[in-house]
Design a protein around this ligand. Structure first.
Ligand code: NAP
Length: 337
């Protein structure tokens, strides 16, 4: 049994990490911005079968130094999952970049100070795929170009935060060094453990609720949240995971493939028509989130998880099953109306 800190315990992915760690018998700490979310987290874990969850919560904010020392001290491992994540466009890109980078600084510095064995950082495919060089097939050797004018604030935040983590780990001196392993998931779907559906599932909610009139020509990898959590936990102790980043992705889909699949499976408001690129660009003149999407039109993004499979023995479940589970849960929660 180990003692593990999971940051952002209220989040979609973090709560699945906590669920799996508890099921494996570990002692878990979690950070939240406000302890007012404690009851919600404990209820979710009880519903997931953890009646007496071996979890203690600490208050800490990615923008403030306070709290991180206490939360990290005495932990064997840290899963740093928390980071600001929105589907739209922030007022200012620093609203996403600053907390993402300062959060890494506080968490990784505290981990080094307290001689944590390994930090597993939740980065993203977003830190890999915006190379803006015409590439369509990506590996862990690729990095998003943060200086490119078309790179969005969220992609920059994930890239700069991951780069800061690698730099801090690389600057260590002394005999005992904290290790770093990084997980780069593509778009994460799957069942949520709380009523908070999470940012990425909100995209599925919009589709089944009829808020997406037609499918723009977008291409992304998708992966189930339970498989993402499992990758974090394997990377935490696997002897070949230290110093490595791992793409975790089940399958790439064009948006039209996803929406058509949902329509064929009973979600009648899911669009089966494509939105022409010119129309997306026209809407983008009036609407910042649509403008952001328009920068990704026609951009094929293949992100195979070959390395995670080969090194970690990681496996992904069929993404179509995950999409149906997600949509069914959202519909049951009343989100398909
Ligand atoms: P989520 O449910 O929105 O979780 C984000 C978490 O970050 C929440 O717990 C949130 O806390 C916390 N957070 C945000 N700003 C914070 C701050 N200033 N101080 C402390 N905590 C803060 O999203 P998620 O999908 O689980 O995302 C978790 C991680 O996975 C993020 O690093 C995200 O970039 C990464 N990721 C997600 C996807 C995806 O498709 N979902 C794909 C690739 C990578 P509050 O509850 O207090 O807001």
């Amino acid at each position: 049994m180990a003692r593990i800190l999971v940051t952002g315990a209220s989040g979609f992915i973090a709560l699945h990490c906590i669920d799996q760690l508890l099921a494996q018998g570990h002692e878990v700490r979690g950070t939240v911005r406000s302890l007012s979310r404690e009851a919600e987290i404990m209820t979710a874990l009880a519903e997931a079968g953890h009646k007496q969850a071996n979890l203690s919560l600490y208050e800490a904010d990615l923008t403030k130094e306070a709290g991180w020392d206490d939360a990290v001290a005495g932990c064997d491992y840290v899963l740093h999952v928390a980071s600001p994540f929105i589907l739209g466009v922030p007022k200012h890109e620093d609203d996403l970049i600053k907390p993402a980078v300062s959060g890494v600084e506080y968490v990784v510095s505290a981990a080094i100070k307290h001689q944590v064995k390994r930090v597993v950082l939740t980065s993203s495919g977003a830190a890999i795929t915006d190379t803006h060089d015409g590439k369509t097939h990506f590996t862990e050797a690729d990095w998003t170009d943060v200086s490119h004018p078309k790179t969005s604030a969220y992609y920059k935040s994930k890239t700069l935060a991951e780069q800061r983590a690698w730099a801090l780990i690389g600057e260590q001196s002394g005999a005992q060094k904290t290790e770093l392993s990084v997980i780069n998931p593509t778009v994460v779907v799957g069942p949520t453990l709380t009523d908070d559906i999470g940012t990425s599932n909100d995209f599925i909610r919009q589709i089944i609720a009829g808020k997406v009139p037609a499918a723009a020509n977008l291409h992304f990898g998708f992966v189930d949240v339970r498989d993402v959590a499992a990758a974090h936990i394997t990377a935490m102790t696997h002897d070949k995971a230290a110093g490595e980043r791992f793409i975790v992705s089940a399958q790439e889909l064009w948006l039209i493939e996803l929406t058509t699949f949902l329509r064929e499976n009973g979600y009648q408001k899911s669009p089966t028509r494509r939105m022409p690129n010119w129309l997306v660009k026209l809407f983008g003149l009036l609407d910042a989130p649509t403008k952001q999407i328009s920068e990704l039109l026609d951009s094929e993004r293949y992100t195979p998880a070959d390395k995670a499979k080969a090194v970690l023995g990681w496996q992904a479940r069929d993404i179509h099953g995950s999409l149906l589970e997600t949509a069914a849960q959202l519909a049951k929660m009343g989100h398909a109306k």
